[in-house]
Ligand binder design. Structure first.
Ligand code: GLU
Length: 320
């Protein structure tokens, strides 16, 4: 049986300014690498939540983690209350498919979606890579196990009929290490499913002459046509040195998820902290610039909405 660890056992008695005691509830938000955007999502949400701790007694932390799959697994185990996860892995976790076959997370609940995440391939300019097919025989960082990009990379390889053996090297570096590996010529290309702009690819593009590689073709079109959580995506030209033109690929959405076991009041508090201060939230990262409330409560969500989030959206008149 699943045991709910954090909310019960980690709650402590904290003295308030008046000397009275109030019980604080601690929540942990799973993010990703420190040079990605998930880390900023988690840190931003916690910053807004923690401004109101004196009123609602919820206190939030958002440590760096391995990414989407690691976050969903931590939520399923009751080790974390909330986390950021790609829309494809939210879908598969809730439905028990793909990576989550035999390991369904039926208690997974959607809270809202955040920024779009194009599946991004960055190659050294001197490697002569201009299409995804050119990666064959190359040294490629396929991402750390537990990350969304690693799992989505496996889906792409399956679709192409490739395996990891099609690369001369398939390294498993985490996002914080991949730009240096590209710059040091330890790999020819790196893969990252991530919002733009982000620190990791900025670091790569400013360290070594590099290009963003389009990810297109009939197999990718079929992935988009057959799966609701994939869409065509464009990385705008001019965002990174070496890539003046738009680059076409496919992508997912970053989503914010939790467990049905987390109390409604806690989720309501977190959601209210974000949407009561939405302009402030949107200003915390350039990848959030185009966010709208309307798309955040609908796009990329396949697990049911958590009732605490639903309550807030209903109060705002956004849902029936
Ligand atoms: N999409 C990546 C993952 O799921 C993380 C991207 C980021 O940290 O911004 O692992």
């Amino acid at each position: 049986m699943k045991h709910w660890k954090n909310l019960g056992l980690a709650a402590v008695l904290a003295a308030s300014a008046t000397g009275a005691t109030a019980q604080e509830t601690f929540i942990n938000i799973g993010t990703g690498g420190q040079t990605g955007v998930y880390f900023v999502v988690g840190q931003s949400i916690c910053r807004l939540v923690n401004r109101g701790t004196a009123d609602h007694n919820v206190r939030c932390t958002a440590p760096s983690t391995g990414g989407s799959i690691a976050n969903i697994n931590a939520i399923a185990a009751g080790d974390m209350e909330m986390g950021v996860a790609q829309s494809d892995w939210q879908f598969h976790a809730y439905n028990g498919s793909s990576e989550f076959e035999g390991n369904q997370v039926g208690d997974l609940r959607a809270v809202f979606s955040v920024h779009p995440e194009p599946f991004t391939v960055v190659a050294r300019a001197d490697a002569g890579i201009s299409t995804f097919a050119d990666l064959q025989g190359m040294r490629v960082n396929v991402g750390n196990p537990g990350s969304g990009q690693r799992a989505t990379m496996e889906v792409v390889l399956d679709a192409l009929g490739w395996t990891m053996d099609d690369f001369s090297l398939a390294s498993e570096l985490a996002p914080a290490e991949q730009a240096a590996a590209l710059g040091d010529n330890n790999v020819d290309a790196i893969i990252y499913t991530v919002g733009h702009p982000n620190g990791s690819i900025q670091e790569a593009a400013s360290t070594v002459e590099s290009v963003l590689v389009p990810v297109t073709g009939p197999e990718i079109e079929a992935l988009i046509a057959d799966n609701p959580y994939y869409a065509a995506a464009t990385i705008p030209g001019g965002m990174y040195e070496g890539t003046p033109d738009d680059v076409t690929t496919f992508g997912v959405r970053a989503t914010f998820v939790t467990s049905a076991e987390v109390p409604d009041d806690v989720i309501y508090t977190v959601v209210a902290a974000v949407f009561d201060n939405f302009d402030r939230f949107r200003g915390l990262h350039p990848a959030f610039a185009n966010l709208s409330e309307e798309s955040m409560i609908a796009d990329g969500l396949s697990a049911p909405l958590h009732p605490g989030a639903e309550r807030y959206y209903r109060e705002r008149g956004w849902i029936e």
